[in-house]
Write a protein that binds this ligand. Structure first.
Ligand code: NAP
Length: 266
């Protein structure tokens, strides 16, 4: 039977895989392989890059995939662009599941920047002791910042080079406001640096910064990949279930049992 390919690595991807698994929809979840001990969704899992859009297109041709859901992180722009190109060429329906970005609230002191390089430029003017919580692949952008001490928090050890004055805090979401207030106070943090990842798993640092009146440097998201998109797991589950039903009907009506999907639409 054909399956749905889930480009994952996020809490939403795991949640959606679980919902579809419960509904009997076959799902193959794909992870980048950046985390040594990833949280795994139910169902089949494959790990590692495809080899660019061409590699993903080949993978789609070699596997019986009735649809793709791109539920990768909002900052995983290369994977998303690759999915748009490969699915377009292979004629496989593609849906983007992307959680909404965070919204500023009364009392917030956010400074929006376009990328991590701009965040590295901004931080010196805002504080001397920074909580740097934006993913281990992005830390190197701060290697040249000497004015600020960094508490670098990430799931795995950050990729070098690292800023000259820092301490590592290896930890993984979800975080609580109480816990985040403790981190800010213990390390005398006076500025927080984050990406606009959205979602509730890592939002507590923003709540804690508001409580303490601290400035926050927020890195804007890259542009959306430009495909049909939804923001909730429920919407994505409805889309995927409808396509699974169509795929099952097409397989039943096909004389040799093979899939003869109308791949249009997406
Ligand atoms: P990226 O820059 O979009 O992806 C780089 C390459 O990694 C892709 O071209 C692809 O390789 C491979 N890849 C990414 N996601 C994949 C998936 N789900 N399945 C298979 N291959 C995948 O994304 P990134 O390097 O993973 O991360 C960019 C930013 O997003 C980082 O700052 C990271 O912290 C954040 N982030 C990403 C994920 C994630 O699951 N990707 C999760 C949490 C946070 P090929 O071109 O070879 O196919």
């Amino acid at each position: 039977m054909s399956a749905l390919l889930m480009l994952g690595g996020t809490a939403e991807a795991r949640e959606l895989a679980a919902v579809l698994h419960d509904r009997g929809v076959p799902v193959v979840s794909s992870l980048a392989g950046r985390v040594a001990t990833p949280r795994l969704p139910p169902g089949e899992v494959r790990i590692g890059g495809f080899g660019g859009p061409e590699g993903l297109e080949r993978w789609l041709a070699e596997h019986d995939v009735f649809a793709v859901v791109d539920a990768t992180h909002p900052f995983a722009a290369r994977m998303s662009a690759s999915a748009v190109a490969a699915c377009g060429r292979a004629g496989v329906p593609l849906l983007r599941l992307e959680r909404p970005g965070w919204r500023e609230r009364a009392g917030d002191r956010w400074h929006w920047v376009d990328d991590v390089a701009a965040a590295a430029e901004a931080v010196g003017g805002l504080g001397r002791r920074a909580l740097l919580a934006l993913g281990r692949q992005e830390v190197a952008a701060f290697a040249g910042v000497e004015s600020t001490w960094f508490l670098i928090r990430s799931v795995g050890r950050p990729d070098p080079p690292l800023p000259p004055r820092h301490q590592l805090l290896l930890d993984r979401a979800p975080f609580t406001v109480t816990g985040e207030l403790g981190v800010l106070d213990e390390h005398r943090i006076d500025v927080v640096i984050t990406r606009d990842s959205g979602g509730d798993q890592t939002v507590a640092k923003l709540d804690a910064a508001r409580v303490r009146g601290l400035p926050v440097v927020v890195v804007r998201r890259p542009p959306s990949p430009g495909t049909t998109a939804v923001t909730t797991v429920a919407e994505a589950a409805a889309w995927a279930s409808a396509r699974a039903d169509r795929a099952a009907a097409a397989e039943e009506s096909s004389p040799d049992g093979s899939c003869s999907l109308d791949r249009a639409g997406g």
